[in-house]
Write a protein that binds this ligand. Structure first.
Ligand SMILES: Nc1ncnc2c1ncn2[C@@H]1O[C@H](COP(=O)(O)OP(=O)(O)O)[C@@H](O)[C@H]1O
Ligand SMILES: [Mg+2]
Length: 327
């Protein structure tokens, strides 16, 4: 049974997983949907009540029925590198490829439907609340008056994008920033604005979840850090990420979250306050893990490889909580 990895050629993080799978003797096919129909070919036949899909890449033919798992890592836009690319060819190619892959019994990391839904930050915040994770008070609004009232109740706020990175090519991270006390909120009328209570934090937490395996890393905030340096990605800190134990209630909440979101992989950001509480900020269903593995030595790539090579239900190892599945 083969593992299929959909990602771009430049994805060095995927190389780490491919290496592991190779060492374990697990057959792997890696392709970028951008190379359809120029290097990657596909075929699917529906006949006599059955369906048979095949992929060809680098001269290798793969039966889609023989796929054990699909890792939807960082796939390029379908047919983007075709000899004559067009929006029409992209749509046709994406429909054909993902449509056929959906017909297989392969387990997904992560399933495209779950992945799409999991990107909505407003939905993430609600799911985290329902999963029992502490969520800082948050307002997403285009009502200036609502923003003013919220700021009145929460004098120390941050602002960040609702959708995450700015969709330019390549996408640009927009730093979470502190809101000045005398801010005029009139402009929120022009675009949804996400305001959140700033967590006075002593550390940032990155928790990587692979199936039921949770690997947390912690980066302490420098004692002389300025409260305006909110975003860990832009803060002037040289402290490396270090492995951290996951408090049991957080582990429980994260597993409930993954189950509710139907995700096999998630990169969670938390802010740890002075009392040691981990406040949920977001869960990125395709979050990078290479930098954490590099700092901490945590075996994230190997855990992903094990999951992809394994069998059983995609949600194996997660809490079995009938009342909580999906919402
Ligand atoms: N309410 C908050 N309090 C303190 N720090 C925050 C808060 N929200 C975000 N941050 C910091 O900003 C970073 C980016 O915010 P995040 O919610 O992960 O949004 P995104 O990564 O989608 O831009 C976090 O990893 C954290 O370091
Ligand atoms: Mg983040």
């Amino acid at each position: 049974m083969t593992v299929l990895i959909l990602t771009s050629e430049e994805d060095v993080t995927a190389d780490m997983v491919v290496l592991r799978l190779g060492e374990a003797g697990v057959p792997v096919v890696r392709l970028d949907p951008a190379d359809l129909t120029n290097g990657v070919a596909l075929s699917g036949e529906y006949a006599r009540g059955a369906c048979r899909g095949r992929l060809s890449v680098g001269g290798r033919l793969v039966d889609m029925d023989g796929l054990r798992s699909v890792w939807l890592r960082r796939p390029g836009t379908a047919a983007a590198r075709a000899a004559q690319p067009s929006a029409w060819l992209t749509e046709e190619s994406a429909q054909a490829l993902y449509g056929m892959l959906r017909c297989t019994g392969a387990r997904w990391m992560n399933h495209p439907d779950a992945a799409r839904r999991a990107r909505y930050k407003p939905w993430q915040l609600r799911l985290a609340q329902r999963a029992g994770l502490p969520v800082p008070d948050t307002l997403i609004t285009t009502f200036p008056q609502a923003a003013r009232e919220f700021a009145g109740r929460h004098p120390d706020l941050v602002v960040k994008p609702v959708s995450g990175a700015h969709p330019q090519e390549p996408p640009r991270a927009v730093p979470t920033s502190r809101v000045a006390p005398d801010t005029d909120f009139t402009a929120v009328a022009y675009g949804p604005t996400l305001l959140q209570r700033r967590v006075p934090k002593r550390a940032d937490i990155r928790l990587t979840a692979v199936g039921g395996t949770l690997l947390a890393a912690r980066k302490p905030v420098a004692p002389d850090a300025h409260p305006d340096d909110v975003d860990v990605r832009f803060a002037p800190s040289n402290a490396p990420w270090a492995p951290a134990p996951v408090p049991p209630p957080v582990a429980e909440g994260v597993l409930r979250y993954l189950r509710g979101a139907e995700l096999a992989y998630g990169a969670f950001d938390f802010a740890e306050d002075a009392e040691g509480v981990w406040w949920f900020l977001e869960c990125n269903q395709s979050g990078q893990f290479g930098f954490v593995e590099m700092d901490t030595g945590q075996p994230i790539a190997a855990t992903i490889a094990d999951w992809l090579a394994g069998s059983g239900s995609p949600q194996a190892g997660l809490l079995d909580d009938e009342e909580f599945s999906g919402f």
